[in-house]
Design a protein around this ligand. Sequence first.
Ligand SMILES: [Zn+2]
Length: 495
Amino acid sequence: MRTARGSTRTSVVVAATAVALAGLGTSLVYADPGTSVDAPGHKAKNIILLIGDGMGTTHIDAARQRYYGAAGKLVMEQLPVLGSVSTYAVEPNSDKPEYVTDSASAATAWSSGVKTYNAAIGKDAYGNVVPTLMEQAKAAGMRTGNVSNAEITDATPAGMFSHASQRACQGPKQTQPACGSDVPIAEQIARNNVADVILGGGLSRFEPDDEAAMKANGYTVLGSFGDPAVALQTDASQRVATRTDLSAVTGSDRRVIGLFNRGNMTIEKYKREHPGAPQTNEPGASEMTKQAIRLLQNSQQAGRKGMFLQVEGALIDKRSHANDAAQTLDEMKEFDEAVRVARDFAERDGNTLVIVTADHECAGFNIIATGSFTNAEAAAPPTNVDSGNTANNSTPARASGNVKGPARSTGPINGSGAGDPKNFAPATFRTADDSAGVQDGSPDASLWLSYLSGNHTGASVELFASGPQSSRFVGKQDNTDLYDTMKASLRTLDR
Ligand SMILES: [Zn+2]
């Protein structure tokens, strides 16, 4: 669709107009067909917040080109509202900015509306416990869900339903010098009843007494947290839940916890390449999203008060730290399929606000010109000489020229140079625009991807939204603003 990109801009203009006209009481319907109405006074009954962990603009651009071509659109890009979110953290006991955030500080920002330091979960920069949106939604009678393909005790999901000064305080209880006086996050989750539906990885963080506590509180526990008689740190009696366990849960108003791996869940690329492996029993992010919506919606409580669901595509970030673009792109596709599940539900429902954003960018991911090379591969940096206007030269001038250093690169890292530890070269991928026969890792593949680092960067991230109150998210905002905006958008909480 050649017009696809253009229609995004049109929709943003429509959304911005909706903001401008809201005070006049004018109701507007979006130009995009099928999108639920964002009309003044129409508060959202449900929110589905989808976080692509580490998902920067390039992750979105590269996934679009890889799977749909330059003129195509990811599902998230089909949502009519576009915004931008700043992501900085602060230093401990301070309001001094720390320009690059981690997932803990970012999750606390949108969960509780406060800036905090990197590693803090559900606490402000001075160590005070702050209430979260999911806690408030639960207290107000909403149905709540928390889904991640990381360990469910990891920072992004933890920020909605636990409080710890150090994110490393995940559990189990004997192994956590990081906890200080905090209760391990797994132990908190198992006892606080904040989320009705909990799906993800991280079984090894939980102990048999956590399972007993959850059952006493009415949870259906999929799999097993282990035998109390077996030593906890090597608990072979733990049984991970499977997608079959999950789909077998029926009945209304169910509380469910399903942990499908002892650690992080398995990447999509591995499951695809190992069709008989036990890891293929793990549901993907999209399937977990579908099942979480089913379990949350099959409820009189959801009918009266609505639901609040957070979904994290965590492995986008984890594979970006590893600079593995092939794994990262597959995770982007799976996360976008989770967005499709949420979007399709929201369009049927008509009362659901869908928000898709990220906690931060990861790894300085970028698209470079085909046939070019990165500064890390170069024998010398670019020259700073403008031969037509010497006033443009900078100091120090680098006159050696910008040439590729053969000792620093042997070609595309997912191709012939993959085994060379010195290789800083781009990874190359075929896209939907390439002709048949073009292979990943070949010089003629049209998508050339490079990394700046193995850690997060301070870049702003994109936000996409649809449904009631979605026009509130248009334009530039800070990650702490998301808390107030989500709260004000919800029928049950904005009282
Ligand atoms: Zn990260």
